[in-house]
Design a protein around this ligand. Structure first.
Ligand code: ZN
Ligand code: ZN
Length: 413
C-alpha cells in the first residue's frame, strides 16, 4: 500500500516534514543550516521549502569530513587551538536574532579511527567551546531547531557492510524514510499521532515526580536521583515564544535531567558508542555521588576516558532517556553508528551538559542556580545506550516505595 511512493516524493516529503514540523519554521524567520558538502541537493530542496513557508533568508555553513581529516593528519601539532570564529559567530547571530537552525548529520563513523585521540579530543573541545554560545540558546529552547540525517557512502557502508555501494545508500535512505514515517500516506498526520501518544506518557511521569529511578539489568545496578520540579520531554518541544518544533528526526525518546550529584552504582552499555570516529564497545561506568569514578571498555577505552575527562561536568550525567525495546529503530536490529538513530533504539543516559528546559524555570536560572538545583554543565553532551529487553526500571517515590516504569524493556504503566 505504501510502496508506490517514489524516492523523489519521499525526499520531497522529508524536506517538507523537516521544515514544517522539524524546524517548525515560521514566516519571517531566518534559517541557518549546517550541512556536509554531500548534502547540497537536499539543502537546495530544504531551502525551497523554507522560502515557501516564508523564510527571509536561508544560509548554509558547509563542512567536509575529508578536510577535517586532512587537518588532523597534516596541520602543525601545536595549531589545534586555531578556529575560524566567524563561522559559529554567524550561527550565534542567527539564533540571537530569532532565527532557526537545522543540522544535517552525515558522518563517516571511522573517520578518525587511525588518528591520535588526544588531538581529536582537542579539536572537538575547541569546536564545542566556540559552539557553546549558540548551543546555550538552542538548549534553552530560546530558538527553534532540528537535526536530521542523510546517508553518505562511508556511513552507509558501515551500516550495511555486505552490500554493494549503491545498495548500501539506497537501504540507508529507506531506513531513514521508514523511521521518519515517510512511508506513511500522510507523514505529518502520522507524526501528530505519535506526538499525542507520547504526550500521555510525559504527562504521567511529570505528575508522578519520582525522586529517583532504579535500573536493573545484566551488568547494571544503578540508582539515579531526579531533581525537584524536573520535567519529562519527548518528541516535540516549544520555544519560550511558543513555536513548536521537533529537535530530532527521527525520535522516540522521553527524557529528563538527573540530579548531577545523585548517581550511584554500575552501568553497562548495551550498544557500542561511536565517538570522534572511534567505536567504544562493551563499557562499564561506576558512579559515586554523581561522579564517574571508574571507566572500563573492551575497545576505545582511551577515547571514552578522554571524553569523561573533558571538564568537570563530563564526569557527571546530563540526561536520562526512556525508549521501549519495541521502538521501530530498535526493531531494525541494526547499529546505525549515529546517535540520532541509536539513541532511539534504547533507553540511555548522557554524559555532560543537561538541558535547562528539563527543569521548571531552568531557562531563567543563572549558571549557579541551575547547578544548585542539580543541573550539570559541560562542553560535551554524549548519549550512550544502556537499555535492553532485560532491563527493569522502577520509579522511587519520596517515601521510598517503588513503582514499575519498565519491565523487560517495555513500558509498565
Ligand atoms: Zn537522548
Ligand atoms: Zn542526548
Amino acid at each position: 500500500m505504501t510502496n508506490d511512493i517514489t524516492f523523489e516524493q519521499k525526499l520531497e516529503n522529508y524536506a517538507d516534514l523537516t521544515i514544517k514540523l522539524g524546524v517548525g519554521l515560521q514566516a519571517g524567520q531566518r534559517l541557518a543550516i549546517r550541512a556536509p558538502l554531500e548534502a547540497a541537493p537536499l539543502v537546495r530542496l530544504l531551502a525551497k521549502k523554507a522560502y515557501q513557508v516564508g523564510a527571509r533568508l536561508v544560509d548554509v555553513l558547509w563542512h567536509d569530513d575529508a578536510l577535517n581529516l586532512t587537518r588532523i593528519q597534516y596541520a602543525p601539532r601545536d595549531s589545534f587551538d586555531e578556529f575560524p570564529a566567524w563561522h559559529l559567530d554567524g550561527l550565534r547571530q542567527v539564533v540571537e536574532q530569532g532565527g532557526a537552525t537545522l543540522r544535517i548529520q552525515a558522518a563517516d563513523p571511522d573517520l578518525f579511527k587511525e588518528q591520535d585521540p588526544d588531538i581529536v579530543a582537542h579539536v572537538e573541545r575547541v569546536f564545542n567551546a566556540h559552539l557553546s554560545p549558540a548551543r546555550r540558546i538552542s538548549m534553552s529552547n530560546l530558538c527553534n531547531w532540528s537535526v536530521i540525517a542523510m546517508p553518505i557512502p562511508s556511513w552507509a557502508a558501515k551500516v550495511f557492510p555486505d552490500d554493494d555501494p549503491p545498495t548500501q545508500l539506497a537501504k540507508l535512505w529507506e531506513l531513514i524514510f521508514r523511521t521518519c514515517r515517510l512511508d506513511q500516506p500522510d507523514p505529518i498526520a502520522a507524526w501528530q499521532q505519535h506526538m499525542a501518544r507520547v504526550r500521555l506518557q510525559k504527562d504521567y511521569l511529570n505528575a508522578k515526580q519520582y525522586v529517583a529511578l532504579k535500573y536493573t539489568a545484566p551488568g547494571t545496578d544503578f540508582k539515579i536521583g531526579l531533581p525537584t520540579n524536573h520535567i519529562w520531554h519527548g518528541i516535540d518541544a516549544q520555544t519560550n515564544s511558543g513555536i513548536t518544533f521537533i529537535p530530532n528526526l527521527p525520535t522516540e525518546e522521553i527524557f529528563t535531567m538527573p540530579h548531577s550529584a545523585q548517581a550511584d552504582g554500575v552501568v553497562s552499555s548495551t550498544k557500542p558508542l561511536s565517538h570522534n570516529g572511534v567505536l567504544i564497545k562493551d563499557f562499564v561506568l561506576t558512579f559515586e555521588g554523581g561522579r564517574i569514578v571508574k571507566v572500563s571498555a573492551q575497545t576505545g577505552e582511551k577515547t571514552l576516558r578522554k571524553l569523561v575527562e573533558t571538564d568537570d561536568g563530563s564526569s557527571r550525567l546530563g540526561e536520562i532517556a526512556l525508549v521501549p525495546h519495541s521502538s521501530p529503530i530498535s526493531q531494525t536490529g541494526l547499529l546505525f553508528y549515529s546517535t540520532l538513530f541509536d539513541e532511539n533504539a534504547s533507553s540511555h543516559l548522557a554524559i555532560g551538559k543537561a538541558y535547562r528546559f528539563c527543569l521548571d524555570h531552568g531557562t531563567d536560572m543563572s549558571d549557579e542556580q541551575f547547578a544548585v538545583a542539580g543541573g550539570n554543565n559541560s562542553l560535551v553532551h554524549v548519549d550512550f545506550m544502556i537499555g535492553s529487553a532485560e532491563m527493569n526500571i522502577d520509579g522511587l517515590m519520596r517515601d521510598g516505595t517503588a513503582e514499575p516504569i519498565m519491565r523487560q524493556g517495555e513500558w509498565a504503566f
